[in-house]
Design a protein around this ligand. Structure first.
Ligand code: PLP
Length: 448
């Protein structure tokens, strides 16, 4: 039985009516990536206001690795709601916050003593990781990456690379932020000479910093081991090893931003595991709490304990509903072996993508770790000109066929899959079949 079931055109009349109300009531700056209104979501399936059933390959932007309405999450949140919804952790202690901190301290890379802080969003996690790093080192500067994305608060915007739509008109940005090139092999002019990343050289990084900042005044470097919003670009191992050694030598803390890569997406619980990297601080959010807003900073106890009492926290951070949801997510990660499933799903997706790359010259690159796989679309393989319009057409064609897809990339030309990792093979294949038909239609419409 196919999952996709369309009873109206997409969007149907009910979705269109809600989108019209939305336009009149909601600030324009909040994007509507799809024109559908959702009334129910289960596993990897969305039901829209017109009763259409669609496959969700976007996962609420990587938030439901364990699927929509995971039964463990639903039960845990219901039970907690019957106890209390809020007392404010900085005011009164409750066990789910502590238990979740203990578990993150245990399962994140490294066996050293750790501490965890909970906040509400990825941007806040990044902001707090920087606060902690500055407090511990007494240094002001932060290194971040071209193509990196950290969120929409002021410091997070400063750390974010993509100008449109994230930064245009929103300055001035936080100072003491220094951007270095991301090892984006597909767009590197030198390529991977001899199979090695040309940027994996401390001398090269030192030369780069010589005109921007003294490494001795850098508190931390923040890195996504596979770029998320920046285009699903995994960093080469040798680059990460070089950067980690460079950071250690200069007393610079390594913040691994696992907000999009974390909780099984890359085929491991954390992307750090692919690199043998033990970061000083690790930021998580998105799939941490299976759909409830929760983010965390986990790191070395001595570093995390540097800020003064009262310097960290917030009214809602570590809300008990979100904490019990996250505990249920971590149970599911183990019991349902989500990272291993992601590895298998990733191989399945990758096989299809590689096959498409043989057929469609608009596919410049297929890449990613585990199930965090993307397709970079180009106008032609020689110039590698980013084809954002084609990516937009693929999304639109996929939606009319019942699949919600997302793009990413600084140039908006990468198609990414963030399907729930609980999706079975039949559902994945059905979604991929629709994607393939969408790609064919988008390519032929472009050449018409
Ligand atoms: C790597 C990374 N860091 C930070 C953020 C910001 O998270 P949020 O949107 O929850 O503020 C995101 C969101 O996409 C992200 O992918």
């Amino acid at each position: 039985m196919p999952v996709i079931h369309l009873t109206t055109e997409i969007p149907g009349p009910e979705s269109r009516a809600l989108l019209a109300r939305r336009a009149a009531a909601v600030a324009r700056g909040v994007p509507a990536v799809t024109p559908i209104a959702v009334v129910h979501a289960e596993g990897a399936v969305l039901t829209d206001a017109d009763g259409n059933r669609l496959i969700d390959f976007g996962g609420g932007i990587g938030v439901v690795n364990t699927g929509h309405r995971h039964p463990g999450v639903v039960d845990a949140v219901r039970a907690q709601l019957d106890r209390f919804a809020h007392v404010c952790f900085p005011v009164s202690t409750y066990e789910p916050y502590i238990e979740l901190a203990e578990r993150l301290n245990r399962i994140t890379p490294g066996t050293h003593e750790k501490r965890t802080l909970f906040v509400n969003s990825g941007a806040e996690a990044v902001e707090n990781a920087v606060k902690v790093a500055r407090s511990f080192t007494g240094r002001p500067a932060i290194l971040c990456f071209e193509h990196g994305f950290s969120g929409r608060t002021n410091l997070a915007m400063a750390l974010t690379s993509k100008v449109m739509p994230y930064k245009k008109g929103f300055g001035p940005f936080a100072p003491e932020v220094y951007r270095i090139p991301y090892p984006y092999c597909y767009r590197c002019t030198e390529g991977r000479a001899g199979g090695r990343c040309c940027m994996a050289s401390p001398e090269r990084l030192e030369r780069n910093l010589a005109s921007t900042v003294d490494p001795q005044s850098v508190a931390a470097v923040i890195m996504e081991l596979e770029l998320g919003e920046g285009g699903f670009v995994p960093a080469p191992e040798e680059y990460v090893a070089m950067l980690a050694a460079f950071a250690r030598r200069h007393g610079i803390l390594f913040i691994a931003d696992e907000i999009q890569t974390g909780f099984g997406r890359t085929g491991r619980l954390f992307a750090c595991e692919h690199y043998g990297l033990v970061p000083d601080l690790l930021t998580t959010a998105k799939s941490l709490a299976g759909g409830l807003p929760l983010a965390a900073v986990t790191g070395r106890a001595d570093v995390m304990d540097a800020p003064q009492v009262g310097g960290l926290g917030g009214t809602y951070g570590g809300n008990p509903l979100a904490c019990v949801a996250a505990l249920a997510v971590l149970d599911a990660m183990e019991r349902e072996q989500i990272p291993a499933r992601a590895e298998r799903a990733g191989r399945r997706i990758r096989r299809r993508f590689d096959g498409w790359a043989d057929r469609f010259s608009c596919i410049g690159d297929v890449r990613g770790l585990g199930a965090m796989v993307g397709l970079e679309l180009v106008s032609d393989r020689a110039s590698r000109g980013p084809d954002k319009a084609l990516a937009g057409r693929v999304l639109a064609e996929a939606l009319t066929r019942g699949v919600v897809l997302l793009t990413c990339g600084t140039y908006g030309n990468v198609i990414r899959v963030l399907a729930p990792l609980t999706a079975d093979d039949a559902l994945l294949d059905e979604g991929l079949d629709a994607m393939e038909a969408a790609l064919e239609a988008a390519v032929s419409r472009g050449s018409a």
